[in-house]
Design a protein around this ligand. Sequence first.
Ligand code: PEP
Ligand code: MG
Length: 328
Amino acid sequence: LAEVLEHEQDLPSRTPDGHDMPLMVNTGLAVDAVASLKSRIGGVGLYRTEVPFMITERFPGEQEQTRLYREQLEGFAPLPVVMRTLDIGGDKDLPYFPIEEANPFLGWRGIRVTLDHPEVLMVQLRAMLRASQGLDNLQVLLPMITNVDEVDDALRLLERAIRELGEDGIEVARPKVGVMLEVPATLYQLGALAERVDFFSVGSNDLTQYLLAVDRNNPRVADLYDACHPAVLSAMARLARETRALGVPTSVCGELAGDPAGALLLMGMGFNALSMNAPSLPKVRAAIRRVSLASAEALVDETLTQSSPVGVRRHLEARMNEWQLAHL
Ligand code: PEP
Ligand code: MG
């Protein structure tokens, strides 16, 4: 099976009824085998910048960050690389920047931290922009957005970074900017967000945690944490519908996108791209190449009639068996 999947890796991610489903990768550290990966993907859907920050002894400076980002941007050029600004807090702590809170997932996380420390965000934005010089494939993604003021503040800092670099004689293009849809409040503000940014990326990991009020890392409630909860799936379906109506390209970069059944559901809902860890690409591609868009759309409709997570799982399993995809 591994051989069959490997063989298919160079074939397009296209359904039997001719629908192209762009697949992207999630990265953090330097990527091995970028060359072979490049021909198989649509780009980097999520570069988690906090990952390299977690293995240094202090905040990397502008030079060091520029070097790190250049490696990603150059490695994958001309494909787009979506770089997310620092998403620390919650479960992602930097040894040299400890955050101690009773409820870290509801606390100082992601954009909340970097807007309170604009000097950190400015260094990061300047480094991303400098790294993108002459490549034009940088896209900037803002994590943990809760309201539009945060977006406006971050956009102001981005404009400032572009202006400052210009004053230093470094002319850079303005990158596309997107926000993560992972705090449930954003689901109700899509119109206002769409006026401000170029794309959306759905963080199904956090969206699941926040919709279900279940800490994604607490083993005691791990059974309750389920992206296939009918409420989560119906929120996702609604997101796909509304972002399409707004004309804003929207991808999914949480774990659900790297699960074959999850990927089929997301395709059926109408998302524009799926971003996943590289090891998930073969199985997701295999599923897409075997199931028509029409069947995936029917799968969504059937699944949304289920009222319990167990019902959803059972239904997905039955269909995956029928399609001979259960072994993926
Ligand atoms: C998510 O929340 O789904 C996501 C992709 O981001 P992270 O897992 O880094 O929080
Ligand atoms: Mg997240």
